[in-house]
Design a protein around this ligand. Structure first.
Ligand SMILES: NC(=O)c1ccc[n+]([C@@H]2O[C@H](COP(=O)([O-])OP(=O)(O)OC[C@H]3O[C@@H](n4cnc5c(N)ncnc54)[C@H](O)[C@@H]3O)[C@@H](O)[C@H]2O)c1
Ligand SMILES: O=C[C@H](O)CS(=O)(=O)O
Length: 490
């Protein structure tokens, strides 16, 4: 029987173990679900196992609250969102501790994620007041052409465990800014960072029913969200497999969809790159959140001339990473989310080494046990190995080699995914040639960390549909309306 663990919080009320449904805190559902700390296995909370009935109530409450919310001025919504951002910032330490306890990432990364969450809310508080329309020159003397933007209505959001706070922020903020209510289902593994959004929205003065947060059966909640005619948009962040399922379920009522899905990011290093900068960037792009981010590099493509030097430096840097409980000072690699994640990393290492790859750093479960894994580097990796095609989602850096620009581009694009990619070179012409040839939604040039609320985040191919963040991020929560005003006389 796992032990229980009490988190040390300045404000213990931020550890919320009930669902927010139409402004009411509820423990309704089929029993409860344990929330475990992946670093210790301890139970940190139990949350409701809500299902279809609770979801229906939340959707109906959102539908009822929508007219008054959309009738508020953009400035009134912006003011409430700024209060919400201030509450996130004021409680950053507690929110980070809750996040680390249920997800495992280091406290430093958890603080950064909470900071990014506040940044998304602040950004869309500002964007709320910039939802512009158009007045178009009319082809008719007696008519005028107006184009306006209107909130789509009730939004349903389903989010992943790897960024359990910021993935909610970059959906909740544009939805509310645009005038839409939202019903949120956080990941089963990390519900607490989701439920607390409901509490903070309540404390910010956002009206009852505008934000609901439900934990429980993903299939039942998702089925009600995608099947309800009252829900006008589905916004999902998670695996491509589940994204495709939700898109098909949403088709029945022709809902708008935003999909932020899986990745398989190539990290391309040319002979002329700044080697130290490339290794630094690769370490960030690979091992952030112990390799469990959608834009983590999944394949390192290194040109022949610097292959050995790059691999040696990567191995040295990987061996220097401190692995442990995210609350420990200096720890930069927490546990993987669960044992299935560990088994996937092991399967990719087994497959690659069976086909000729060599381990030059890590390569096995960490001595700490549980779901801790050694930061690993493989060399002599070639296409045809599982790591070339499958998203590892763990601390595994497989290094492929390439001869020239054309081969690098062909290797990088040889995947059904198209989320993020990285290119290291000092050559300006090559920067533009390669960036333009790569089939991805985002390109980091000489940078391993590219996420910001001001830029459009999203992918092409099977990495998704739509963009989050930037001025574009609010567009997905708006409908366009064309108004032709006639009978005006010459
Ligand atoms: N593109 C991005 O911005 C982005 C960000 C984070 C994670 N991801 C991707 O997400 C994956 C890892 O996250 P994950 O393991 O949580 O993904 P997942 O798809 O397994 O789960 C994501 C969410 O979907 C829910 N879900 C699962 N089955 C469902 C169903 N049948 N109906 C409704 N909801 C269901 C889960 O409970 C969770 O809330 C990786 O592929 C990663 O690349 C993408
Ligand atoms: O896992 C995917 C997230 O979108 C990571 S990021 O924090 O937005 O880069």
């Amino acid at each position: 029987m796992p032990e229980t663990e009490t988190l040390s919080l300045k404000d213990p009320s931020l550890l919320v173990d009930a669902c927010l449904i139409g402004g009411e805190w509820s423990k309704s559902g089929a029993g409860s679900i344990e929330v475990n700390n992946p670093a210790t296995g301890a139970i940190i909370a139990r949350v409701p196992n809500a299902g279809t009935e609770e979801t229906r109530r939340a959707i109906e409450a959102a539908h009822a609250a929508f007219p008054a919310w959309r009738a508020k001025t953009a400035n009134e919504r912006a003011t409430l969102l700024k209060k919400l951002a201030a509450l996130v910032t004021e409680n950053q330490e507690d929110l980070a501790r809750i996040l680390t306890a249920e997800q495992g990432k280091s406290l430093a990364e958890a603080r950064a994620e909470v900071g990014m969450s506040a940044a998304y809310v602040t950004w869309f508080a500002e964007e709320a007041r910039r939802v512009y329309g158009d007045v178009v020159p009319s082809p008719w003397a007696d008519r005028r052409i107006l184009v306006t933007k209107e909130p789509v209505g009730v939004v349903a959001a389903i989010t992943p465990w790897n960024f359990p706070s910021s993935m909610i922020a970059r959906k909740l903020a544009p939805a509310l800014a645009a005038g839409c209510p939202i019903v949120i289902k956080p990941a089963t593994q990390t519900p607490l960072s989701g439920l607390v959004w409901g509490l903070l929205c309540e404390r910010a003065g956002i009206p009852a029913g505008i934000v609901s947060v439900l934990t429980g059966s993903a299939k039942a909640i998702g089925g009600e969200m995608t099947g309800s005619a009252l829900v006008k948009k589905i916004t999902f962040t998670g695996s491509t497999e589940i994204g495709k399922l939700l898109m098909s379920q949403a088709a029945g009522t022709v809902k708008k969809v935003s999909m932020e899905l899986g990745g398989n990011a190539p990290f391309i290093v040319f002979d002329d790159a700044d080697l130290d900068r490339a290794v630094e960037g690769a370490m960030l792009a690979k091992y952030r959140n112990s390799g469990q981010t959608c834009i983590c590099t999944n394949r390192l493509l290194v040109q022949d001339g610097i292959y050995d030097a790059f691999a040696e430096r990567m191995a040295k840097a990987a061996n220097a990473l401190k692995v442990g409980n995210g609350t420990e000072e200096g720890v930069v690699q927490g546990p993987l989310i669960d044992h299935a994640a560990v088994e996937k990393v092991e399967a990719h290492i087994r497959d690659a080494t069976a086909k000729g790859a060599r381990v030059i750093a890590g390569g096995k479960r960490h001595a700490l046990g549980g779901s801790f894994f050694e930061p690993t580097v493989l060399v002599d990796v070639v296409p045809g190995m599982a790591v070339a095609k499958e998203e590892t989602f763990g601390p595994l850096a497989p290094i492929f080699r390439f001869r020239d620009e054309a081969e690098a581009i062909a290797m990088a694009n040889d995947t059904e995914f198209g989320l993020a990619c990285y290119v290291y070179t000092k050559d300006l012409g090559r920067t533009f040639r390669v960036s333009e040839a790569l089939e991805y939604g985002m390109v980091g040039v000489n940078e391993g960390i590219i996420t910001t609320e001001v830029a459009p985040f999203g992918g092409v191919k099977e990495s998704g549909v739509g963009r989050e963040g930037s001025y574009q991020g609010i567009e997905d929560y708006l409908n366009t309306k064309y108004v032709c005003v006639g009978g005006l006389g010459a």
